[in-house]
Unconditional design. Structure first.
Lengths: 238, 187
């Protein structure tokens, strides 16, 4: 058997290409031929080394793949971190802008609010009045007494004017919820309706409820009444 | 077996590189999580075990030890993984382990049975030194189990006979280098 034939025989044996009889015959020879056994052991070592080399090559490829997975994972984590950082900056900027540039509601209120003059029953400047009406007390700045008088009027007979001035007196004493209640009860057919609507907006402004202020201003603007211009101006300043 | 696993099995049988990468990508995460939990390894060791397991699976398929799957490809891969993990743990803890524990079901075996790891590595290094085309031809034939015709196609040889002659020359060169490297009595 030539060296070439011997290697082919070994190849066929390890690759399972021998028939059953050929395999048995080869194994028999291996057990009885020391020289062949020695040659086969050398062959096995070389093949084992080649297989080791092949496995090592594959291992390098799989290691590269592992690195790829880890890089992808790291990149994904990094993208999330970047996204989170951007979001944080955006939120922070929004909050800073919101508070830094948000209007001072109190100053806006003082700018637009002024006690509505008493046009119902003005004071007699001669000073001859013996008993002041609720409206005169209002004009005198006696808001508690104004409230006492006007709030005593039963709901079913109270006039829109009384409701409006009662609301004004409540605003002056910072009883804002009560003021709102009064303004909202002013009948929409009344002459005091539009001014009451405007003061509803101002009351919400005093309450720092910007959302409600904006809704109320929209209502006033849509109604195109006497306070439309003021409503537009205030809305722009919010 | 699921259709997708059958496709993977066939891909691994025909296109080694693509099949390996696909198997690696599909089972990597689950395998590493399982290995870390089951054997208390760290992630690096689990990845190392997984790589060795994929290579063993590949070799078993290519060498014809696994011609068809009676259970899922994943089950085989994880069975190899269990074996590989236990061997690694055994090696690390330097404890003897009962072969029965690590022996697989008999449907496939580890890459080779050659007992002397160091000698194997020396021969692998000698093959590296031998260079091309011997490295490719011998590796494709003995590790990847390509036919002579397939090697001729892959490496652009005229025909399988030319490859066969070249492979014999390469083998003899490697044998000569190996014998020179080792005292023949030690083999």
């Amino acid at each position: 058997m030539t060296p070439k034939e011997q290697i082919e025989l070994f190849d066929n044996f390890i690759n399972g290409n021998l028939s059953g009889d050929e395999k048995l015959a080869f194994e028999h020879r291996l057990n009885n031929d020391l020289k062949l056994k020695e040659e086969f052991d050398e062959y096995r070592l070389i093949v084992a080394g080649i297989v080791e080399h092949g496995a090592k090559g594959l291992k390098e490829k799989l290691k590269e793949r592992e690195e790829y997975h880890r890089r992808s994972h790291t990149n994904t984590k990094m993208y999330y971190k970047i996204a989170a950082a951007i979001l944080l900056v955006m939120v922070s900027t929004f909050l800073i802008l919101k508070y830094a540039y948000s209007p001072n509601l109190e100053s806006l209120y003082l700018k637009y609010y002024e006690p509505y003059p008493n046009i119902v029953d003005p004071l007699d400047r001669t000073g001859n009045s013996e008993a002041f009406s609720a409206y005169q007390l209002y004009e005198l700045g006696e808001y508690d007494e104004t409230i006492e008088k006007l709030s005593a009027i039963p709901d079913n007979i109270i006039k829109p004017s009384s409701l409006f001035y009662l609301g004004q007196a409540y605003m002056a004493t910072s009883e804002l919820e009560k003021a709102l209640d009064c303004f909202q009860k002013v009948d929409d057919n009344s002459n005091y309706y539009q001014i009451a609507q405007w003061h509803i907006a101002l009351t919400f402004l005093k309450l720092n409820d910007v959302e409600q202020v904006e809704i109320q201003l929209e209502t006033i603007i849509e109604q195109k009444g006497d306070y439309q211009k003021q409503a537009i101006a205030l809305k722009e300043e919010l | 077996m699921k259709e997708s696993e059958l496709e993977l099995f066939q891909l691994l049988s025909t296109d080694s590189e693509k099949g390996l990468i696909r198997i690696y990508d599909i089972y990597r995460s689950e395998f590493i999580n399982w290995c870390v939990k089951a054997y208390s390894t760290n992630e690096d060791d689990a990845a190392d075990i997984f790589q060795d397991s994929v290579i063993a699976l590949y070799y078993n398929i290519r060498s014809g030890q696994l011609t068809e799957l009676t259970s899922s490809l994943k089950s085989y891969l994880f069975a190899i993984g269990k074996n590989t993990a236990l061997k690694k743990i055994n090696k690390q803890s330097k404890l003897l382990i009962n072969d029965d524990v690590v022996r697989l079901s008999g449907q496939f075996e580890q890459i080779d049975h050659f007992e002397d790891e160091d000698k194997k590595k020396v021969v692998a290094a000698l093959l590296d030194k031998l260079g091309e085309p011997c490295k490719s031809i011998l590796t494709l034939f003995y590790f990847d189990k390509y036919s002579m015709e397939s090697i001729a196609n892959k490496l652009d040889y005229k025909n399988e006979h030319v490859v066969k002659a070249q492979k014999l020359r390469c083998f003899n060169s490697l044998k000569k280098m190996t014998l020179e490297r080792f005292n023949q009595d030690q083999l």
